[in-house]
Write a protein that binds this ligand. Structure first.
Ligand code: ZN
Length: 426
């Protein structure tokens, strides 16, 4: 291994350590600031204004716990693939598979299966802690261990299937067109995203949850007539049985063409008043009308275009520096997959503030659309507070957390906007 690569690994370690330290310290001082700013139980400031009540002590603790889990996962995102590379494990899996099979697709499929299965085992303790133990200890989940393991095994199978297809395509173009492969990968991203956005709501989501028409027909009628006012006719409106997994509330708009739909978690229907639910669905109608799914496909394609170029170029540089220390010398050798994963994780880490800023913008647009449609500011503000506080969110985050983790505007900002945005009163 040449000196340049050793320096690059050292610099990466310093940057990650600095990031985690600044994340923990800004979040901790943000908590102190919030504790002095929010101390009332949130009595209404005036007839028309809804004030954000003080978050619970549990919410502050949960945020610091989230920061700790995130830091561990961030480190693992680089350390685990490095372990695969420098222990010789990746090259070992490739040699073992290539010794048994000759067809390239089979070699890639079996490598991906072994890689995903081993990664699943390595990540299992932190995934089980973050997705099960801590959510139960903070009262956010009622899921049984059997249901959690069933979900995680289904996700493992999906990982293997989709990773095999994506990896096979990428390594084929890397073999056949090493110089322009990043362009072909970016071109293929568009039909891939369109296909995934189309099939996910119909074929993938139902593997995890049941989606049924709204049981409350009067509510369904009210939502449909509201959607009709937003020029959305015959919208597919579904509820999902998330109460078997979580106490949190959510709703979302997904799909394209015939799979377009608005989904309400049953916890949302149970936890909010009709006017508050109408504000949630008006927000989702905003995403629907403003074509936010298509805009996110476009943004993802741009990230793939820039990302694929950066990943291929930086991986080639690492390979030129590493000699044979990783057990392979060509990038199109499937044993290089962990190297590509390190670079993908680095690109995602660097681009997170920009991609979060874009989604925060679309979320603000949807909030504005919802207020114009419902003109019910109080219900909008109450809904936001209920939904955020059910998930143990805090009203505002520290700067590092906000830039890297917030894909929605912060609660205080959204409530301020809900309180003040009244263009129809002018
Ligand atoms: Zn939204």
């Amino acid at each position: 291994m040449k000196r340049g690569l050793k320096i690059a690994i050292f610099v990466l370690a310093i940057i990650l350590a600095g990031f985690m330290l600044s994340l923990a310290s800004t979040e901790s001082s943000n908590n102190s600031i919030l504790k002095s700013r929010y101390f009332s139980s949130g009595s209404n400031a005036s007839q028309d204004m809804i004030s954000v009540p003080a978050p619970s002590e549990k919410a502050y603790e949960f945020r610091m716990n989230t920061v700790a889990v995130w830091s561990v996962k961030l480190i693992m995102g680089f350390a685990v693939p490095m372990f695969f590379l420098f222990s010789g494990l990746s090259a070992g899996i490739r040699s073992w598979v290539a010794g048994k099979f000759k067809r390239r697709f089979l070699i890639i499929a079996l490598y991906c299966t072994a890689f995903s299965a081993l990664s699943y085992i390595i990540y299992l303790p932190i995934d089980f802690y973050s997705g099960f133990i801590r959510l139960h200890s903070y009262g956010l989940s009622g899921q049984t261990p059997g249901s959690w393991f069933s979900d995680s095994l289904k996700m493992l199978v999906m990982d293997v299937v989709f990773n095999t297809i994506i990896v096979w395509f990428c390594y084929t173009v890397m073999t056949k067109a090493p110089k322009r492969c990043w362009q072909y990968i970016a071109i293929a991203a568009l039909p891939f995203y369109i296909l995934m956005y189309y099939i996910s709501p119909i074929f993938i989501d139902p593997l995890f949850n049941q989606y049924t028409p709204l049981k409350d027909k009067a509510l369904e009628q009210e939502i449909q007539s509201q959607l009709h006012r937003a020029s959305i006719n015959n919208c597919c409106l579904l509820e999902s049985d998330m109460s078997s997994r979580t106490n949190q509330m959510n709703a979302y708009m997904t799909g394209i063409f015939g799979s377009k739909r608005i989904v309400l978690w049953d916890t949302t229907i149970k936890g909010l008043t009709t006017n508050e639910i109408l504000n949630v669905t008006a927000h989702e109608a905003g995403h629907y009308v403003m074509g936010h799914v298509w805009k996110s496909i476009l943004v993802n394609c741009i990230i793939v275009l820039v990302g694929a170029f950066a990943v291929i170029k930086s991986s080639s540089w690492v390979l030129s520096q590493a000699g044979n220390s990783m057990g392979f010398v060509k990038l199109h050798d499937i044993a290089s997959l962990p190297l590509l994963i390190i670079m993908i994780n680095l690109v995602l880490f660097i681009s997170a503030p920009a991609s979060n800023a874009i989604t925060r913008y679309t979320e603000r647009e949807a909030d504005r659309f919802a207020l114009e449609l419902t003109q019910n500011n109080r219900a909008a503000a109450r809904m936001l507070i209920k939904m955020h506080y059910r998930s143990l969110s805090i009203p505002q985050s520290g700067i590092v957390y906000r830039l890297w983790a917030c894909d929605h505007p912060e609660l205080q900002e959204r409530v301020d906007f809900a309180n003040s945005y009244r263009p129809w009163e002018r």
